[in-house]
Design a protein around this ligand. Structure first.
Ligand code: 0O2
Length: 234
């Protein structure tokens, strides 16, 4: 059994242990606590990194409004990747299913999504954020300038941010996704489509085409709204 699996809650395995020995409820809870401790430790680092990144964007949002502009950020959403998504991604990458491998190979365990009204604000925020001297850019994917084949658009930044622990300064990876409200609306609908397993291939293909057309329409809307704002500012 892999290292990661050993640390991940596994009700079947734990049930087997309970039925094969006289284990009390307290022992059972201790067992769960003990087995999941190493991965929970990593998850705590990722949660701290999310807090750091969220604060940076909240500060930028406030600062932009000082110069008489409206706040560029509509909302921020953050999440830690689920155990099962981590396992699937490690398997898909063909790398060891260990906690160390997870920390090395997966860049999106901590995810922060910053949603703005206008495309220009996305680039301005990203630019200012990346200039901060404690942020290191590992990778940038600009799916706004070059959308995915299905129409997906967003700006993805993989960065490290240091988190300050009791005896250690620990650079921690976070994936930041910046997108407009329209891009976010599209992505959440497309995400639902991915899990519609009961659809026939023909229906699925039709919906994919529809989604692609929607992505193009909404990109045009984003552009027009941006132009209207520019005129209003003038
Ligand atoms: P979830 O549920 O958000 O965690 P890499 O991470 O670089 O090894 P990947 O997945 O190709 O490989 O990276 P990419 O393209 O930067 O995508 C990372 C994340 O962007 C995805 O995470 C989604 O959140 C989002 N994303 C990318 N493409 C699409 C898309 O076509 N549709 C939607 N709705 N979201 C997309 P996860 O791990 O797939 O999912």
């Amino acid at each position: 059994m892999s290292e990661l699996n050993r640390h991940v809650p596994d009700p079947v395995r734990d049930l087997q242990q309970i039925t094969s020995s006289d284990i009390t409820e307290t022992d059972f809870l201790d067992l769960i606590e003990d087995k999941t401790q190493p991965i929970r430790e990593y998850f705590t680092y990722y949660k701290c990194a999310i807090m750091e990144i969220e604060t940076k964007f909240r500060v930028l949002n406030q600062q932009f409004s000082l110069s008489g502009e409206t706040n560029p950020i509509e909302f921020i959403q953050s999440r830690i990747k689920s155990y099962s998504s981590i396992l699937h991604k490690l398997e898909a990458k063909g790398v060891p299913l260990t906690i160390e491998s997870m920390d090395e190979h997966l860049y999106d365990i901590a995810g922060v999504r910053v949603v703005c009204s206008f495309v220009d604000d996305i680039y301005r925020l990203a630019d200012t954020f990346l200039k901060q001297d404690d942020i290191t850019l590992i990778q940038m994917k600009d799916y706004i300038k070059e959308p995915k084949e299905n129409g997906y658009r967003s700006l993805h930044l993989i960065v490290t941010v240091p988190i300050f622990l009791e005896n250690e300064k620990r650079p921690t990876k976070v994936e930041v996704q910046l997108r407009t409200i329209a891009m976010d609306f599209w992505a959440s609908l497309e995400h639902k489509l991915r899990y519609k397993k009961e659809l026939t291939p023909e229906k699925l293909e039709m919906l994919r085409e529809d989604m692609k057309a929607c992505a193009e329409d909404s990109a045009r809307w984003d552009k027009r709204m941006q132009e209207i704002r520019k005129k209003l500012e003038k």
